[in-house]
Design a protein around this ligand. Structure first.
Ligand code: ADP
Ligand code: ZN
Length: 365
């Protein structure tokens, strides 16, 4: 059965609380969205790929203007932020206006920061269109642009008024972008929910076939886990760090590859394999669980070939990312499927050995 139900996830942050609405076909309803009617001026920001595919739906909505920028991470820059601000000024948006963001993580990060800064903050709504942004970056209020010296170096915590997620838009998403989102989905299961992990294993073929009921379930589950964590620790002073499972090694890899040729979710899959193996070597987690994680990555077809890289550069990228004492780094490591701990005594030798182990695995070749 397909397309029978919708789900709502509440993000509980006091007066900044909001709902994430997940429903197949929402993109077809832009013209009649009640949320937009509350505002005098509503404008949208999207990228030219999405505009090309969804022009009819976007043009049917009551947007005063649709700002289009080119697709790609390069637009998360000061120059494009300025362009967005310039449009907002030209249209004379005021504090009672709404900015609607239709796109992946790039549009969400850049547009969220534009909303956070324009007149000290105006309302915005997210319509995330990649699996990665639906399960991850659209939840939690992190907005940012990149600086030449570092990704996401400039930004603000700023929550949207609502999020609308249409799983149907994933049908037009390139398959590698979709699988990239799945890397993050597996992460949520491993850090927080063993039965969700089993569901992913059992439903892999339906998920890969983009069955909308399964997509709604996994998106809602990931949003719920993220909303729970962010509800407890909005500004990453503690618990929110568990969302970084797999990300230390992932950032090392992305850094040595200069963010080219590896999708974020693929890097996270690689990172989870490395990090779970560190835990296995320490006897923190059973080898059986390490094998289960690998099996799920393979079943979800999260296989790719890792470009060759210099181990010393990779280790130093990880150490820069982790800012800890000289000889040890802090990592989020699994104790079992569904539970992680934060350890701050991980050394370079064990990261290197675990990374070599991952590089020998057929999934990453
Ligand atoms: P991420 O969420 O991974 O950060 P981006 O914002 O970089 O994603 O988008 C990845 C690419 O996918 C971009 O080229 C973007 O234009 C394209 N894209 C985003 N959503 C869709 C969609 N639903 N259908 C087709 N292409 C899309
Ligand atoms: Zn991530």
């Amino acid at each position: 059965m397909d397309g029978l139900f919708k789900m709502k996830v509440h993000v509980s942050l006091g007066e900044r609380s909001y709902d994430i609405n997940i429903e197949a076909g929402l993109m077809e309803q832009l013209a009649t969205m009640k949320e937009f009617k509350k505002y005098k001026k509503v404008i949208a920001l999207t990228d030219s790929n999405i505009y090309r595919i969804y022009q009819k739906q976007i043009e049917a909505a009551p947007f005063l203007k649709v700002i289009q920028i080119p697709p790609g991470e390069e637009t998360k820059s000061f120059a494009f932020l300025q362009q967005v601000w310039d449009h907002m000024v030209a249209i004379k948006l005021d504090r009672k206006s709404l900015l609607v963001l239709i796109g992946g993580g790039v549009i969400g990060d850049l547009g969220g920061f534009a909303a956070a800064t324009y007149m000290r903050g105006i309302d915005f709504v997210q319509i995330p269109t990649t699996l990665l942004s639906q399960v991850d970056s659209s939840v939690g209020g992190k907005t940012s642009i990149n600086h030449p010296q570092g990704k996401n170096l400039l930004g603000a915590f700023y929550q949207p008024k609502a999020v609308y997620i249409d799983p149907n838009v994933l049908k037009t998403l390139p398959v590698n972008e979709f699988k990239s989102g799945l890397g993050e989905v597996v992460k949520y299961a491993v850090i927080r929910d063993e039965s969700f992990f089993e569901y992913l294993r059992e439903s892999a073929s339906d998920i890969l076939a983009l069955k909308s009921d399964d997509l709604i379930k996994i998106i809602a589950k990931c949003c719920t886990i993220k909303a729970d964590v962010v509800g407890i620790d909005e500004r990453e002073n503690g618990l929110r760090a568990i969302l970084n499972y797999g990300h230390s090694a992932a950032h090392g890899l992305e850094n040595v590859c200069q963010y080219k040729g590896v999708f974020h979710g693929q890097a996270v899959a690689f990172g989870m394999d490395v990090e779970m193996f560190i835990a296995t070597r320490r006897g923190l987690v059973l080898e059986k669980d390490f094998a289960r994680q690998r099996a799920v990555l393979a079943t979800l077809k999260l296989v790719f070939s890792v470009p060759s890289f210099a181990m010393d550069k990779y280790l130093s990228a990880i150490s820069m990312d982790k800012k800890n004492t000289d000889d040890c780094l802090s990592f989020v490591l699994p104790k079992k499927i569904g539970e992680v701990v934060l350890l701050d005594n991980i050394n370079y030798e064990e990261i290197a050995e675990s990374t070599k182990n991952t590089l020998r695995c057929p999934i990453f070749n």
